[in-house]
Design a protein around this ligand. Structure first.
Ligand SMILES: [Zn+2]
Length: 382
């Protein structure tokens, strides 16, 4: 939660979050009419004031009062005559946004976290895994801040996620690390994807046995490649108004922009970089996931809703008692035979997928889903 952060960090995050929300909605108009420099100058004012406060913080001043000062600093910008009308509109929208925050202060990161958590529960429900209320209550959020890049991907997004599983109970803390002075619009739009990656891939990893599940590190092939692919599909289903999860999109807002920003961060996770093994492992996980989905698209029993079949398999494998090492070796065993395979000469893994699908449909609870997933894994990787 933001309240645990130093006041200067809270001010930087809240101030930029609220003000950019308004400024960004006018960017295209100003740039399109040749007034990009005016837009740059207005946003420059926000950044200038944020940096000043960050370097010489006044910790006695509340976030609410700080926002008034920030507004005052933007207000002193003298707009060129030709943009006087639009600039005064922007300023009045900024005043309204700050007044709205002062009336009902809300932590925007916590709000997105709660939405992402609900999306994740619904994703697992659609995939036939019910997350018990006690586990939902055990997922907490903590915002953090850093001075340097929280990840090494070749992407401009300045944020990172980290899930910490409790060693004794089925609790998990989802952390989001931001660089306070670099909370630009692109980064803000990637917040839902980073949260969904943490929640879909890591927060509910199995086995759901206290003391056991926290012992292994997340595997790059499965958790960072395969399940990240699932998290990205979930994100995109939310943001493009998909049938399954589209009703959540408006709660994050800026859906089409989120799609673009998340896409570039997702792709950057798989571009080659340092260390090369980590990229290769993620990439192989993603490729295998896509081949499984592709197979479901072609099989007669799953082609009507291939994504649901793929989500069912992924959710069951991720929450089951399968060890991380076995999840990794499953990725390695499934990938090659599914590459350009002909269903007429189906390799044994395709038969295993069909058997899994039939048994999975007959299941009625989590245990059934896990049993079927484990027996599928044993068939593919004896
Ligand atoms: Zn991860």
């Amino acid at each position: 939660m933001l309240s645990r952060l130093p006041p200067k960090v809270q001010k930087a995050i809240i101030g930029q979050w609220i003000l950019y929300e308004v400024l960004e909605s006018h960017r295209a108009t100003l740039q399109g009419t040749g007034h990009g420099a005016v837009w740059d100058a207005l946003t420059g004012r926000v950044l200038e004031h944020t940096s000043l406060e960050f370097e010489n913080p006044n910790d006695k001043q509340t976030v609410e009062d700080y926002l008034i000062c920030l507004l005052g600093h933007v207000d002193t910008f003298p707009p060129p005559k030709s943009t006087a009308v639009v600039c005064s509109q922007i300023k009045s929208e900024l005043r309204a946004a700050v007044a709205g925050y002062r009336q009902a202060p809300e932590d925007p990161l916590l709000r997105d976290f709660h939405t992402a958590l609900e999306v994740t529960k619904e994703f697992y429900r659609l995939a036939r895994i019910e997350i018990p209320a006690s586990m939902m209550r055990g997922v907490t959020f903590e915002a953090g801040w850093a001075e340097s890049r929280p990840h090494a991907y070749p992407a401009p997004h300045q944020l990172g996620g980290l899930s910490t599983l409790s060693p004794r109970a089925l609790y998990v803390k989802v952390g989001l690390t931001l660089l306070p002075l670099l909370l630009d619009w692109k980064t803000r739009l990637a917040v839902p994807y980073v949260l969904l990656h943490e929640l879909v891939s890591h927060a509910f990893v199995g086995p759901w046995t206290p003391g056991v599940r926290a012992q292994a590190d997340a595997d790059a092939f499965f958790a960072e490649g395969w399940m990240d692919t699932v998290a990205f599909q979930v994100h995109n289903n939310v943001m493009d108004g998909g049938l399954a999860l589209g009703s959540f999109g408006s709660r994050f807002g800026h859906e089409s922009e989120c799609l673009i920003s998340a896409r570039s961060l997702h792709d950057a996770r798989y571009a080659s970089g340092e260390p090369p093994q980590a990229y290769a492992a993620r990439d192989l996980g993603r490729e295998t996931a896509n081949r499984v989905l592709d197979t479901f698209k072609r099989l007669p029993e799953t082609r009507l809703d291939p994504l649901n079949a793929f989500w069912r398999l992924s959710a069951a494998l991720n929450t089951s008692a399968l060890a991380q090492l076995n999840r990794r070796s499953l990725v390695l065993k499934l990938g090659p035979p599914l590459k350009r395979c002909k269903l007429s000469q189906a390799p044994p893994v395709v038969e295993a997928l069909r058997e899994w699908d039939a048994s999975s449909r007959a299941g009625t609870n989590n245990q059934d889903a896990w049993d079927v997933a484990l027996s599928f894994a044993r068939t593919v990787d004896p």
